[in-house]
Ligand binder design. Sequence first.
Ligand SMILES: *Cc1c(COP(=O)(O)O)cnc(C)c1O
Length: 452
Amino acid sequence: MKNSGFVDRIDLPIDRIPSRWYNVIPDLPRLPENYIDNSTGEPVTQEYMERLLVKALAAQESSMERWVAIPEQVREAYKLWRPTPLVRAVAFERELGTPAQIWFKYEATSPTGSHKLNSALAQAYYAKRDGHTRLVTDTGAGQWGSALSLACKLMGLDLLVFMVRASYHQKPYRRYLMETYGAEVRPSPSNTTDFGRKILAERPDHPGSEATAVSEAIECVYDDEGARLSVGAFSNHCLLHHTVIGQELREQLAQIGRTPDFLIASVGCGSNLGGFALPFLEDKLNGADITILAAEPEACAPLTHGEYRLDFADAGGRGPGVYTYTLGHDFVPPPIHAGGLRYHGCAPLVGLIRHEGLLDAVAYPQTEVFDAGTTFARLHGYLPAPESAHAIRAVIDVANECTRTGREATIVFNYSGHGLLDLEAYSRYNAGLLRDVEEEDFAAPSMEALQV
Ligand SMILES: *Cc1c(COP(=O)(O)O)cnc(C)c1O
């Protein structure tokens, strides 16, 4: 198919928003391992899960139902931005001189700018329905926190967010967004929890991490009977909710008579990759030649450099343990701008498919990622989130390989979010100051005054 323009674009009508989520668990080659209760070393009990999580979500965690109906109120809210477009990056293909077609699923049309609202709305809905009064969560650069803040406001629920301290001070715009939607936001480590006070006593300038923020969130949940923990990426239920992405993609590809050869997504925990690619796993298991490829930051790459073992989701080891790829729960990710990818482990379902040989992974240093993101922005206008730019960086390698072999492959990547609140990082890149690992957590002296 010759195309002289910049793009091609496939949209679905609003009534094609999926009416069910796809649960991959019954189709996996083997069942996921149990979550382990850190205090007993035994598999977690139903009671443990329901004290920590919203009841319906605890049930979804181990559900063997292949299809889960999307509640009407959630599907209505999806109409805010879904279905999302599938766009062909014709100018990018031409720039790379590849015989492959490059398509991307554009998840950045959501009100908060990323895929994260797919699960946030579902989680806030069930929390409200099951009678809880408040959700508590952790966020890195604030993508998850801002999505959940909006979702809680729409569903009528209070929200407390622990935001990684470095981002809280130096990347405050998503905090402002969360506060605008009505959430309470605290830096982690904070002096409002025992865990936060303990690690601040050891290291007063601790930059925080997703893992410290989860620990503090869990402590607050145990202190408040009406509160439950909401997790933005790790859990099976979170991946489940994101499968609206892959289901829409299937339909869009069917419209143009194509099947994917490569499905590429960035991985922090694996929620966007899971939602995007798991609906194609069965085809792969049935023999379709589909490569699912995870793009990670070189500085924090559990799938590429970690090991598959039992580890904890949080730094304090207070949450459940689980088998997955991990760099160790006490790993403090070095400063890079893709805040959403700074996490020591990955979702157990993503770890499992990697362990079963169904998922490939590559890692890239930050400067190469921003080269790719900038190239893409100059060709297509869309400015990718640093997280999404990892997927774009991986697309370049795959497309170049197709050029070498003359393969007219269909490459699809997940454009998980826009980078319009990450311009500080692009400005450092433009000024030639960006390093593969920053010396400090994104020094931004003008923000000093905001420190609390
Ligand atoms: C959070 C985030 C990611 C990484 O998280 P996953 O759980 O791996 O999807 C990627 N892209 C964007 C835009 C994000 O906000």
